[in-house]
Design a protein around this ligand. Sequence first.
Ligand code: ADP
Ligand code: TRP
Length: 345
Amino acid sequence: MRILSGIQPSNKIHIGNYFGAIKQFIDLQDQGEALYFIADLHALTTVRDGARLDQLSLDVALDFLACGLDPSRCALFRQSDIPEIPELFWYLTVLTPMGLLEKAVSYKDKVARGFSAEAGLFTYPALMAADILLYGSDVVPVGKDQVQHLEITRDLAIKFNLAFVPKYDPSQPDGDRKGRGRGILKLPEARVLESTAVVPGTDGQKMSKSYGNVIEMFAEDSVVKKQIMTMKTDSAAVEDAKDPAATPILPLLRLFASPDEIAEHERTFREGGLGYGHYKARILELFHAHFGEARARRRELEKNRDHVEQVLRDGAARARSLAAPIMEDVRRAVGTRGLRPLGKG
Ligand code: ADP
Ligand code: TRP
């Protein structure tokens, strides 16, 4: 089984990214051939400062390693180190119906929030499809917001196979003895962990880098403390019963605490007697208990950036070796040859 996922280095990693995505990456790295990448080409849709993009990409690599992704068990790489990506992206783009992209929520959302409507943002789902289809990925662990992109990816794989594989039948994607052709691009499945599908931010909306409501995983102690202690609440007094909908406290406690402890917090919420500060301080304590080790590991890794660069180079070589046979089939099917070293072939 091939497992693939990526994260955009568009800002610092937060606990929503961890519980929604990275935690699954770690759990899955022993269940097959795992590939995890830093989606820097995607981040270019919003980051327009080369030095900053480079720094953020390296930061995400450090975050991945500190969280427990192990380069001996999975390939870690930068998207931009894979030249086959923009090539496959184009083969898919020529087949992508405008209507499919117009329906993509990510584009509609960003435009609604004031981002300018550039073609890169619009065609982003086709780039994401290339990321996934290039390696014949079976399983793609992501948060709920990415599920639509996976559906688009499957659609594009089917369109490609229908266009270029003689007698391809989507109901028999592996072909059969009756002469149906085997698909060149494999249809992947999204994997979403329902329990943590959406981690709320400190204002109660979905936690997101772009909403300024994050609890950062690797920020300094004082920053994390501020992010947690200024979380949204209402003005209920200490003795009052607390309205669970007035604050993200309970869902955040559920991420970290044991079932017994959660039940206790739910009870004191109902009965009153404890101020919001009490629960926030407990979240802070649990945050450090949960992430203390990863935070210390990251400080160590930061001292050896050359090692991280080497990990990324090795990861890219591994990923490209898995992509090579698939790209050979793709190029033969579409009638191109792909770049070869000068003088060869
Ligand atoms: P952001 O919304 O902060 O920009 P990204 O879109 O870069 O985050 O998401 C990276 C990964 O983390 C994706 O798989 C996404 O589904 C997951 N993710 C992001 N925010 C959350 C959240 N609040 N809860 C659960 N998963 C999340
Ligand atoms: N679009 C994803 C996000 O914003 C990042 C991403 C890019 C990705 N390519 C991917 C995730 C391929 C999974 C597979 O979070």
